[in-house]
Design a protein around this ligand. Structure first.
Ligand SMILES: NC(=O)c1ccc[n+]([C@@H]2O[C@H](COP(=O)([O-])OP(=O)(O)OC[C@H]3O[C@@H](n4cnc5c(N)ncnc54)[C@H](OP(=O)(O)O)[C@@H]3O)[C@@H](O)[C@H]2O)c1
Length: 322
């Protein structure tokens, strides 16, 4: 496993981190399988784990607690998120700070996450949704600063709304945010436009999330793929999204080098950006842990392939499906 500096925190985090949503939110999850996969990831050098209170109302955080207890000798970094008080994903510009992140609520949920994860300090506490309309409100700023001053968290981050990578830049101007989490993959390349240069200049860590576009970039979906009604993927991959996405995946297949799988190429493309501190694939299966961590060997995609992949970028506008 190779490690990268996590922005101004100076932490050395594994370039393949661990996304912990699916194991506590998607259908088909088995705790024993997930815990075995998490253990194996640690054995292979993974040290960065992304969870959220909202992933199973604390369940994913409690799985992380079990992992941390079993590996007390290792420095494992815990990142979690404060759910929006109105439980609406993503934040819309008309929501007020009082609707979503009143200051006392920021602290209350950090305390809940501390209990769930079983630590005295969370490494990275993130706002699970964001709207830059709140950036200038000093109430969230003071609440976030207090979390650090009082030792509840070491760093503060923002998880940026899907397809709105610049809807955070005013908050970053406050200097209070140490890390951003953003959708970045072969299809969603727009964080490169403004967000990455800003983070580079200000030494803000970048967590690349949803590397496989929730599954399409694993190459395994078909036009008839469906999930149980409440499963997020059934909402995200509704036919208006699934069918055009699959057209894109078909156009991508011939570009994948013969000695690589599509997920491998996808992760290598993300890691090629020096602005990315860590990428956090969601993984429940042991074989996915092994395949994904196996990508961390420093091998670069060719300049020709990187150029070709630029042409597979899609630019989407928010349709308020999270
Ligand atoms: N708003 C937010 O803050 C937000 C939103 C979305 C995601 N996230 C974070 O980002 C993480 C990653 O996103 P995600 O989990 O939604 O989606 P993702 O990483 O794009 O895709 C996860 C899917 O890919 C499969 N997979 C993983 N490695 C594979 C491989 N090598 N070959 C084939 N399939 C593979 C997983 O299978 P198995 O699970 O069966 O192994 C799972 O079905 C989340 O877990 C969460 O931590 C944050």
């Amino acid at each position: 496993m190779r490690y990268r500096r996590f922005g101004r925190t100076g932490w050395e985090v594994s370039e393949i981190g661990y996304g912990m949503w699916g194991m506590a939110g998607w259908t088909g999850s088995e705790d024993q399988e997930s815990l075995a996969s998490l253990d194996h990831a640690v054995e292979l050098g993974c040290n960065f784990f992304d969870t959220a209170w909202a992933y199973g109302d604390g369940h994913s955080e409690q799985l992380l607690a079990k992992l941390l207890k079993r590996h007390t000798g290792k420095r494992l970094y815990s990142a979690t998120k404060i759910p929006p008080k109105n439980r609406r994903w993503p934040a819309r510009p008309e929501y007020t700070l009082d609707d979503v992140y009143p200051p006392e609520y920021i602290r209350e949920y950090t305390e809940k996450s501390l209990t769930n994860i079983g630590v005295s300090t969370i490494d990275l506490q993130q706002f699970h949704v964001w709207s830059d309309t709140w950036a200038g409100d000093d109430r969230w700023q003071r609440a976030a600063a207090r979390l650090k001053e009082d030792g509840l968290v070491r760093a503060v981050g923002i998880s940026i709304n899907r397809w709105q990578p610049a809807n955070v830049l005013r908050a970053l101007d406050t200097g209070l945010i140490d890390a951003v989490q953003v959708v970045y993959n072969v299809l969603d390349q727009n964080p490169e436009d403004e967000l990455f240069p800003y983070c580079r200049e200000h030494d803000i860590a970048v967590i690349a999330r949803v590397p496989f576009d929730e599954g399409s970039l694993t190459g395994s979906l078909t036009p008839t793929s469906t999930w149980p009604a409440a499963d997020f993927r059934n909402i995200y991959f509704r036919p208006e999204n699934l069918i055009p996405t699959l057209d894109r995946i078909e156009r991508l297949r011939p570009v994948v080098p013969p000695d690589m799988s599509m997920p491998e190429m996808t992760l290598r493309h993300i890691l090629q950006s020096p602005d990315v501190s860590t990428v956090i694939p969601g993984m429940r299966k042991l074989r996915h842990v092994e395949q994904n961590i196996g990508v961390s060997d420093g091998r670069q995609l060719s300049a020709t392939l990187m150029d070709e992949l630029k042409g597979h970028r899609r630019d989407r506008t928010v349709d308020y499906i999270e």
